[in-house]
Write a protein that binds this ligand. Structure first.
Ligand code: ATP
Ligand code: MG
Length: 654
């Protein structure tokens, strides 16, 4: 397929990573081959990372047509036991489980040992039982990024309640919708949260949500000590209610296919879906991907900056690290408070070894210049990771060169709420890196690219290069089992576009070297005069300009070309977005990709509309570019809905 653009050059595996790894290149090749040849044997072996009340004898049992997915179906286990109890029982009770870094830089840092976290979790679990929460009940958790958020999740897992964590930045309407959707009778929240020095009225938001939907009880954790209203008979202060509970609470023996949690996807593409994960497969998947993906070495400090309200927070702030006995850092704040060096201050202060963050944060910090980074001692860093969106090669190189000083691996991990954990990445000690490419499939993952009609273009078995729509042809343990209460929607959304395959919704390219690169969501592909282009590529060409901070590219109807290219661009601090810059940007895209990709419009804006998890919402940008302002759809998951009016004004004035 000679018409594919050339791949970025490979960046070799750093010597230290290659010398001290759980998985060399040869190990990867062997293990990947085994995981494909005999998945049952491979995943039975990986399941031994965990304690089981009853070890599974049936491993995989799935079908994508009709859709039914089961793993370890006769196994019995408890995720909380694997995250806490077994480490304490093995004599590691004094090891730090969670380091807490508060929003205020001079606030109180906490180090919580495994033994203390277990005691806290038991107290919470017994309090939930005292309230009347039972196995299978849905518990809504609406918490700031504080250890008690993790404790709430672990306590639910311990007693077999199904948690549904809602990001602490969501509105009362979002809470109302999610509580109603899964008929959740219980809510755990804090009085208030803190973000960037501002208080977030969590309890007040819950109260507003509960004007429209009733629950049996609300458990309120005092965090800021702010004044909140308490409704008699419904609301309970955690401290008071937990004062007399016992110090014992056995872990509920859970069938591997019992539900563990519901998580609503971030909503980049439409109405959020309540994705359901079950205990056994998710436990094995997060434990295994954490160990290999981050090449975790015992004693290291791991910092994933995601909020527990996103799947990344579930899998790599809480469950993946704790099941591996790791030390996980929870940060309550934001990257630019009190200043743009907060991340680097935290890395330096806690001697963080592994940092896992999102391209949106990297681009935002890069925009402010290198000095914020270089003023701090980042020598503790051993590995850098990203997740959430395609990372522009320019941002990748900044992360690698300036943050990592060119001496540590950078992994770009592609996965989704629906996949439970990492699906494609380079492994730090095994694989050379390719800026902008996620890399290789994880063990047991069978990616395939298909064309619009479903014709197979390429997979790991055929080898070769192609670009198409990314499907996964075989189930893996961490796969979501259903959309809660709406299995039809699950089947429709993921398994009906290409019958018998899981369709990810993402476009992707595989090169001859076996590197898989996400080109953006398939819905976002632009077709200019018959040439299909991924948004990520045009955006990367724009971001390459030294004055540009971020870019979002969408298609809009064009009389001659079918679709034209409309680019929204934000510039670096202090830059004047004038006509010269406009001409340079057009030229830059021509040089980088070709004349066909030249934007028809470049719309400078101060900010881009993003979801609360920091992803660009191209769906809305597309509508605005199309001059279709009346049907913007659901904007409730936007971080700053007010931005939309300014963008519409800008569009009208063109
Ligand atoms: P919704 O499904 O509600 O529209 P969402 O897709 O943003 O929301 P997530 O499950 O959080 O919800 O995100 C998964 C998506 O994020 C992937 O399908 C992909 O588009 C993008 N993504 C995640 N990681 C990467 C990565 N490393 N490289 C490229 N894209 C990524
Ligand atoms: Mg999605």
């Amino acid at each position: 397929m000679s018409d594919l653009p050339p791949s970025e050059p490979l960046v070799p595996v750093p010597a230290d990573a290659a010398a001290n790894t759980h998985c060399t290149a040869a190990d990867y090749d062997r293990l990947y081959a085994e995981s494909i040849a005999d998945p049952d044997a491979f995943w039975a072996e990986q399941a031994k990372r965990l304690d089981w009340v009853r070890a599974p004898t049936k491993i995989a049992n799935w079908s994508f047509d009709p859709v039914s997915i089961k793993w370890y179906e006769d196994g019995v286990l408890n995720l909380c036991h694997n995250a806490l109890d077994r480490h304490v029982a093995a004599g590691h009770g004094e090891r730090t489980a969670i380091i807490f870094e508060p929003d205020a830089p001079d606030g109180e840092t906490r180090h919580i040992s495994y033994a203390a976290l277990l005691a806290d979790t038991i107290r919470m679990a017994n309090t939930l039982k005292k309230l009347g929460v039972k196995k299978g009940d849905r518990v809504t958790i609406y918490m700031p990024m504080v250890p008690e958020g993790a404790v709430a999740m672990l306590a639910c897992a311990r007693i077999g309640a199904i948690h549904s964590v809602i990001f602490g930045g969501f509105s009362p309407e979002a809470i109302h919708g999610r509580i109603e959707d899964c008929a959740s009778d219980w809510v755990i929240c804090a009085d208030e949260g803190l973000r960037g020095g501002k208080t977030i009225p969590l309890k007040a938001n819950v109260d507003k949500a509960l004007e429209k939907v009733a629950v049996k009880g609300v458990l309120v954790i005092a965090h800021t000590g702010g004044d909140v209203a308490m409704k008699e008979g419904r609301d309970h202060w955690y401290d008071a209610l937990s004062a007399d509970v016992g110090a014992d609470c056995p872990c509920e023996p859970m069938n591997a296919e019992d539900p563990l949690f519901i998580l609503y996807t971030s909503g980049s593409t439409g109405k959020p879906k309540g994705v359901l994960h079950t205990v056994g497969g998710y436990s094995v998947w997060t434990a295994t991907t954490f160990w290999y993906g981050f090449d975790y070495r015992p004693g290291e400090i791991f910092w994933c900056t995601a909020d527990i309200g996103w799947v990344t927070g579930h899998s790599y702030v809480v469950y993946g690290p704790l099941q591996n006995g790791a030390t996980t850092l929870m940060f309550e704040g934001i990257p630019n408070f009190p200043d743009h060096d907060r991340f680097w201050r935290v890395v330096d202060k806690h001697r963080v070894n592994i940092l896992y963050t999102a391209p949106t944060a990297i681009r935002a910090l890069m925009r402010e210049g290198d000095d914020y980074v270089t003023h701090h001692d980042l020598s503790s860093i051993r590995l850098l990771g990203t997740v959430g969106e395609p990372i522009n090669p320019e941002a990748w190189r900044w992360y690698h060169d300036i943050v990592g000083k060119g001496r540590v691996p950078v992994i770009d991990t592609w996965w989704q709420t629906e996949t439970g954990g990492i699906m494609m990445t380079t492994l730090p000690g095994a694989h050379a890196m390719q800026p902008g490419s996620a890399g290789r499939p994880f063990f047991g993952v069978r990616p395939q690219l298909v064309d619009a009609e479903g014709g197979v273009l390429v997979d790991e078995q055929t080898g070769g290069a192609a670009e198409g729509n990314l499907c996964i042809t075989h189930s893996w343990p961490g796969q979501a089992r259903t959309v809660y209460g709406d299995h039809d929607r699950f089947v429709q959304t993921y398994f009906s576009t290409y019958m018998g395959k899981y369709f990810t919704g993402d476009g992707c390219r595989r090169d001859e070297g076996g590197y898989w690169r996400i080109t953006g969501r398939v819905d976002d592909v632009i077709n200019v005069s018959g040439h299909r282009m991924g948004t990520a590529e045009v955006e990367s060409a724009l971001v390459l300009h030294e004055m540009v901070a971020e870019a979002a590219v969408v298609g809009y109807p064009h009389d001659i070309k079918g679709q034209g290219i409309y680019a929204y661009v934000t510039v670096n601090a202090g830059v004047d977005p004038n006509d010269d810059l406009l001409a340079e940007l057009r030229q830059q895209v021509r040089t980088e990709i070709g004349p066909i990709a030249t934007p028809d419009h470049i719309h400078f804006t101060t900010a881009l509309p993003k979801t609360r998890s920091g992803k660009i919402m191209r769906r809305i940008l597309r509508k605005i570019a199309e001059n279709d302002f009346g049907s913007l759809g659901d904007t409730s998951t936007l971080a700053d809905p007010s931005l939309v009016d300014g963008l519409i004004e800008g569009r009208k004035n063109r």
